[in-house]
Design a protein around this ligand. Sequence first.
Ligand code: SF4
Ligand code: F3S
Ligand code: FES
Length: 253
Amino acid sequence: MATPVLDKAEAEAQPASPYITVTFRIRRFDPEVSAEAVWEDFRIEIDPKERVLDGLHKIKWDVDGTLTFRRSCAHGICGSDAMRINGKNRLACKTLIKDINPDKPITIEAIKGLTVLKDLIVDMEPFFQAYRDVMPFLVTTGNEPTRERLQSAEDRERFDDTTKCILCAACTSSCPVFWNDGQYFGPAAIVNAHRFIFDSRDEAGEQRLEILNDKDGVWRCRTTFNCTDACPRGIEVTKAIQEVKRALITRRF
Ligand code: SF4
Ligand code: F3S
Ligand code: FES
């Protein structure tokens, strides 16, 4: 028969439960139910090392299947789960519970400046229209080469940072100029224009600059830096915008 001393040792050997109780305070909106959005609290058990996306899954799968949000890769690649978490734009799949003070309710709402369709889902069409408008593809003329188009490491370096964009919209939807009327192209479109304007193999830089010379183009940026702070890929968004502005003035890129 096991002695009480051994029982105690065994009990002490058991790892403490990693779970804590956290309140997710989510801004809900369903146009079929009400024209007004409402905040709703969900108390869940979660390991602080888990991510906000894991908490949203727990709620959707175990508590309320009507909770609506986008996500796909769950690893910071697809860009589909940008949302405002405690007032800051972040990817739910890249935000650990322990990093956002789980002692207080965690507020979660849709990104700003785009029309909310349901709960955390916004209409991304204006965002993608601005992206399409800057021609986010390589433009070349002349004969097709018989081998890959070579580029020096230095030439590649000029736009390396802006190739990292995953089109999550965290930047554009954190920009006060975009919130104002939604007409501004927005930082994400400019980042993606930058990616091609400064590509030595591309031949449509002038065209893209003219597109961004529009009244709703780069000149509307007020250098607020919200976009740079919000970017989950660490892209120097404001710097890229400044480089496009400078290229417009000097016509050198
Ligand atoms: Fe998202 Fe950054 Fe691209 Fe903006 S620049 S869309 S924040 S990845
Ligand atoms: Fe907006 Fe970023 Fe410019 S937040 S104002 S696009 S620096
Ligand atoms: Fe793909 Fe978060 S789910 S980036």
